[in-house]
Design a protein around this ligand. Structure first.
Ligand SMILES: Cc1ncc(COP(=O)(O)O)c(C=O)c1O
Length: 383
């Protein structure tokens, strides 16, 4: 029987080389490699500033902090996301306002947002999720938010390298947050990046990522001021990315487009080979395939399926095929459900998706025989 994992990390020679450089340098914490990773990442995206942190959750928290979001504030977010998008709002005592998403893309659309603004005119912030690696229609969403005095943070945990109208995500909004968690499109094991063109946001994020200290460790030991001297200007966090992780990130960044193209080939195979199965809804793609990072390939077993989603996952697993679920939406999670009195009928599309959704294996350099085995197995289980 073939064994096909849900996700697979690809580490090349350069990641090893850069790690060795870090080990030989003696600077294992945040120093020159992290600085280089930040500069190269910002350059890749076409943004002014990048601030490396130890997770996307940390980047989102720093973003919420930099915008001054706090108690009494409300933030629109999709229910169909990972808990990080919501928890950072709670960290600062603000409240999420959960939105339904479009069926097939799991994205917030202009219609959904405009309707939500009518019902909640007091909401001043929005966290967008570029679900699965496909961008929301940023042109429209930004226009609506500008008109309604709403500030945007982009949760781009899935969206590197992703484009909207030929420009990378990270060039559009005020703050964009990326993830380099182990199963993401590029990885540092654990890690994240906050990207912005706003100097004030960048400065605040840099200070808050390291205890609110106004000089980072590298600065302290390399500048001409006495090394012991620093000030604490706020109660910050311990969110810095170590050089060892940045070394992996530098190697991965060099291959980002190669990885993306490889993932696209997998998606193209699935679209072609699964389109004849009536009881599967394939993900809807509104953008050119080249603009999609293809982090996920989530299918939905619709009402015509002979078995339910959990049984399908179990049978695939018994046949050696790993899968995942994105997501059990937040309105189904005990904490958010109870705190905000959320019910499934408020989220018809997320609910319909969640009941049947399964994310299929997708990673660079999947072999044709692996893909064929997955397709044959799915046909056998569902036809
Ligand atoms: C949509 C979304 N946002 C945020 C995160 C958090 O990323 P990290 O694990 O880097 O904190 C994830 C992680 O999977 C995610 O899927």
């Amino acid at each position: 029987m073939m064994k096909i994992p849900y996700a697979k990390v690809l580490i090349g020679d350069n990641e090893r080389k850069y790690i060795n450089e870090v080990l030989d340098s003696g600077w294992l914490t945040t120093a020159v490699k992290t600085l280089e990773f930040e500069q190269k990442f910002a350059q890749y995206i076409g943004a002014k500033y990048a601030c490396a942190v130890n997770s996307c959750t940390a980047a989102l928290h720093l973003a919420v902090d930099a915008l001054g979001i706090g108690q009494g504030d409300k933030v629109f977010i999709p229910s169909m996301t990972f808990t990080s998008t919501a928890e950072v709002i709670r960290y600062v005592g603000a409240d999420p306002v959960f939105l339904d998403t479009e069926y097939g893309t799991n994205l917030i659309t202009s219609e959904i947002l405009e309707d939500a603004i009518k019902k909640n005119p007091d909401v001043r912030f929005l966290i967008i999720v570029h679900f699965g690696g496909q961008s929301v229609n940023l042109t429209e969403i930004i226009e609506i938010c500008n008109k309604n005095n709403i500030k945007i943070i982009e949760d781009a945990a899935h969206a590197f390298p992703t484009k909207h109208k030929n420009k990378f995500i990270g060039q559009f909004g005020l703050i964009t947050c990326f993830s380099f968690y182990a199963n993401k499109t590029i990885t540092t094991g654990e890690g994240g990046m906050l990207v912005t063109d706003d100097e004030e946001v960048y400065k605040r994020a840099k200070v808050m990522r390291l205890h609110g200290i106004n000089r980072d460790i590298w600065d302290r030991f390399t500048s001409d001021k006495p090394s012991w001297e620093y000030d604490v200007i706020d109660a910050g966090f311990k969110y810095n990315l170590p050089d060892l992780a940045a070394a992996i990130g530098l190697g991965q960044l060099e291959r980002a487009e190669e990885f993306r193209t490889e993932r696209q080939k997998v998606a193209e195979f699935y679209y072609k080979s699964l389109s004849d199965i009536d009881c599967i809804d394939l993900p809807i793609t509104h953008v050119p395939f080249e603009d999609h990072s293809w982090h996920l390939f989530p299918i939905v077993l619709n009402g015509k399926a002979p078995i339910n989603r959990n049984k399908f996952i179990q049978l695939l697993s018994e046949r050696g095929i790993g899968t995942s679920v994105h997501y059990k939406p937040l309105h189904q999670m005990t904490y958010y459900k109870r705190k905000y009195n959320l019910t499934p009928d408020q989220f018809p599309n997320a609910e319909k998706t969640w009941l049947g959704t399964v994310s299929l294996p997708i990673y660079p350099f999947m072999k044709l025989e692996e893909l064929e085995y997955i397709s044959e197995t799915i046909h056998e289980l569902l036809n």
